[in-house]
Write a protein that binds this ligand. Structure first.
Ligand code: SF4
Length: 339
């Protein structure tokens, strides 16, 4: 599938009356709260993005409003931002708008308004499927709000994305996995998985410094996120991002926690290793085996410094294996057969 061209705008913290413990939108988006996007410049930036050279095969073009809670903005501001994209939608050079918001700022009227203004996808900051964790994180909404919002967005004919966090205060893996399974059963169109990090200026920083919150180690966050991804994979739900978006400033703003610019790749590598290990272990009676993996997964399979292949060899699973990379194999899939 051709990847869409996403033209992102960050509405840093604008419109959001809440202050979740983990949130410091200025740090996440790398922009000052309240300063962007300037509507006059928005059109110019879309035009400039569209004018850049691109590969011949054209995916859908989406303008995205991220980094805040879009539907918490005053209606006039929402209209202004969406209106700035309208000429590009009318011309057919932008296909749709996507935006992120809170589950408790969604209802039938809002979905209808968004649809009329060219929005095709709404991403909901679900973060947890446990009321206890939502309370501990100061989210200000409930699981029921999230479930209602998912149905409402879908019922209005828009695609629905969900964002889920790993390592929130008060959470534990068993609770998280149960929540992920519940969410997967609701069949959202896409999922983003974010590890919880302690951002400078966030409520979590105070708790961390007071010894009341301990972030996950990187290795644990990778393992837990990997399991969450497996749950969504098992439910046929697409995970489009794992890990925080790297920005120029994010590392300066992180006080502690499992941040790594290649976090998503580490999770994919962990999951693929486990899949390959099971497939080879199940087939190891054969004298010679062929292991087939997607060509695009080559570096994910190997892991940094070929660590995954070395681990397989150390377990005696890689002695008689011919490794074949296939261009047309779906990423994340593995086939093992007698060679
Ligand atoms: S709802 Fe979103 S923007 Fe608002 S405080 Fe929470 S994480 Fe930050």
């Amino acid at each position: 599938m051709t990847r869409p061209l996403v033209i992102p705008f960050f509405i840093a913290h604008q419109g959001c009356p809440h202050r979740c413990v983990f949130c410091n939108q200025h740090a996440i988006t790398g922009q000052s709260a309240g300063s962007f996007p300037d509507v006059a410049r928005l059109g110019q930036e879309i035009a400039a993005s569209l004018a850049r050279p691109r590969r011949a095969e054209r995916g859908r073009v989406q303008v995205a409003f991220y980094g805040g809670s879009f539907t918490c903005l005053p209606a006039a501001r929402q209209r202004e931002l969406l209106g700035a994209v309208r000429p590009f939608l009318a011309e057919g050079v932008v296909d749709e708008i996507r935006l992120s918001t809170r589950p408790d700022y969604i209802n039938v009227g809002i979905v209808d308004f968004l649809k009329r203004h060219g929005v095709g996808t709404v991403e909901l900051g679900i973060q947890s499927m446990s009321d206890q964790v939502l309370r501990a994180g100061g989210r200000g909404h409930t699981v029921e709000d999230s479930e209602r919002a998912i149905e409402c967005v879908r019922g209005g004919g828009l695609k629905v994305g969900v964002q889920l966090m790993v390592g929130l205060p008060g959470d534990r893996p068993g609770l998280l996995f149960k929540g992920a399974a519940k969410l997967a059963a609701m069949r959202p169109d896409l999922v983003r998985i974010y590890p919880t990090v302690v951002l400078r200026g966030s409520g979590l920083e105070r708790r961390y410094r007071a010894g009341e919150y301990r972030p996950m180690s990187l290795a644990r966050a990778v393992a837990v996120s990997g399991r969450v991804k497996e749950i969504f994979d098992g439910g046929g739900v697409r995970v489009v991002r794992i890990g925080l978006q790297a920005t120029d400033t994010i590392q300066d703003d992180i006080v502690a926690g499992p941040y790594h610019p290649a976090f998503g790749e580490m999770v994919l590598s962990r999951n693929l290793y486990r899949k390959v290990r099971s497939a080879l272990a199940a087939a190891k009676e054969s004298a010679r085996l062929e292991l087939r993996v997607a060509a695009a997964d080559q570096s994910v399979l190997r892991g940094p410094g070929n660590v995954n292949l070395k681990r397989l060899a150390a377990k005696g699973l890689f002695d008689n294996v011919d490794l074949i990379f296939e261009d047309d194999r779906r990423r994340g899939t593995v086939a093992v057969a007698a060679g």
